[in-house]
Design a protein around this ligand. Structure first.
Ligand SMILES: NC(=O)c1ccc[n+]([C@@H]2O[C@H](COP(=O)([O-])OP(=O)(O)OC[C@H]3O[C@@H](n4cnc5c(N)ncnc54)[C@H](OP(=O)(O)O)[C@@H]3O)[C@@H](O)[C@H]2O)c1
Length: 331
């Protein structure tokens, strides 16, 4: 489905963008992948890393805040993956207007530019933090999600649709708990601080996130939010897996942090379907008849919710230890 297609990734030099690019170049024969981002140095480094694929890669300097540039970049593009974002919780709290400009205005620019060109599909990345948000990063991503769902109302007779993929913290991603603990242990520490003993998280790898985006590109009809079914773990079990005899002082929840990652709320349950490996939340408002639920799945019961503390699938300490071997902690 991605063969012979031109794909543009906003934020293509980020962790997701690089993993997506590598995956697509390995498994498909795209005509071209365009990396759209601001920093020329990150693009230079990525171009060197991907030298063997240079005939299929293009690097486009541009800001999602710049609608004209976005429009130019989308000429001849079939599919767009929107990954560019400001995503550090404290940075967004301190610079709220910057978060709004990139995460909200940027999202609207991607939508407008896609509607004004011949793009067929747009998949935007969301986060658990957009669900019942408690910080501005989550708040801006919630608005972004709403914009992408509503964009389907403006497609008219055009063959284009917009959908969303949502996941939580990627195992080992910068600023997350695994590299934080790893750093303490690397420097000889034996004390792993836990913000709250009750805290749980989902475990997802970047490759799983990429695979779900490709599924959305293949199957979305418009307005869906795709969510992977993945296991949960307790943060205390993660600490035990990283150092069995560690001490674990409880240090208190950080500003903007949640006890559990929520992917689907009870309110969403009214329009959520369950499939073998994922859930799809369909939009509550339907603007045209292009959007159809995939009826091969089962509608969840009213009142259902999906969060890292009410998951049916849990990782043991031993399983976490095994999974940690797959996480690149030296990057
Ligand atoms: N990492 C996670 O654990 C996680 C979890 C859930 C969801 N997500 C979502 O996944 C997406 C990608 O995350 P990531 O981890 O790959 O982020 P990342 O590594 O921080 O990369 C962000 C990318 O966006 C680009 N960017 C930032 N501002 C931009 C702007 N104004 N215009 C154009 N490009 C811009 C950055 O490049 P330049 O700075 O050079 O422009 C970079 O390529 C985000 O939407 C995030 O909300 C991430």
């Amino acid at each position: 489905m991605l063969n012979n297609k031109t794909i543009l990734i906003t934020g293509g030099t980020g962790s997701f963008g690089k993993c997506f690019t590598k995956y697509v170049l390995k498994h498909y024969e795209p005509k071209k992948i365009i990396i759209y981002s601001r920093d020329e140095f990150k693009q230079f480094i990525m171009a060197n890393e991907f030298k063997e694929y240079e005939s299929r890669l293009r690097f486009f300097i541009g800001d999602v805040r710049d609608k004209e540039r976005m429009k130019r970049a989308l000429e001849g593009v079939d599919y767009v993956v929107h990954a560019a974002a400001l995503k550090q919780v404290p940075a967004c709290e301190y610079n709220p207007n910057e978060a709004i400009k990139t995460n909200i205005h940027g999202a609207q620019n991607v939508i407008d530019a896609a509607l004004d060109s011949n793009v067929k599909k747009v998949v935007a990345l969301s986060t658990d933090k957009a669900v019942n948000p408690v910080n501005l990063y989550g708040g801006t991503k919630l608005v972004s999600d709403k914009l992408f769902v509503a964009a389907n109302a403006y497609t008219g007779t055009k063959d284009i649709n917009f959908s969303i993929v949502r996941y939580g913290n990627v195992a080992g991603s910068r600023g997350s708990v695994i590299p934080f603990f790893h750093n303490i242990l690397k420097n000889g520490g034996t004390e792993l601080p836990i913000t709250d003993y009750r805290m749980t998280r989902f475990w997802i790898s970047l490759t799983q996130g990429v695979e779900l985006v490709i599924k959305a590109l293949e199957e979305a009809t418009g307005g869906e939010t795709f969510i992977s079914k993945i296991p949960s773990f307790k943060i205390t079990d993660l600490a035990k897996a990283m150092l069995p005899d560690c001490t674990m002082p409880e240090v208190g929840i950080r500003p903007g942090e949640k006890l559990h990652e929520i992917m689907i709320t009870t309110e969403d349950s009214l329009t959520t379907y369950e499939y073998d490996k994922h859930f799809i939340v369909y939009p509550q408002m339907v603007w045209n008849n292009k959007q159809q639920p995939d009826l091969s799945g089962k509608k969840v019961k009213e009142g259902f919710s999906y969060s890292s503390d009410n998951n049916a699938q849990w990782l043991s300490v031993e399983e976490i230890r095994e999974l940690l071997k797959t996480v690149d902690l030296e990057k």
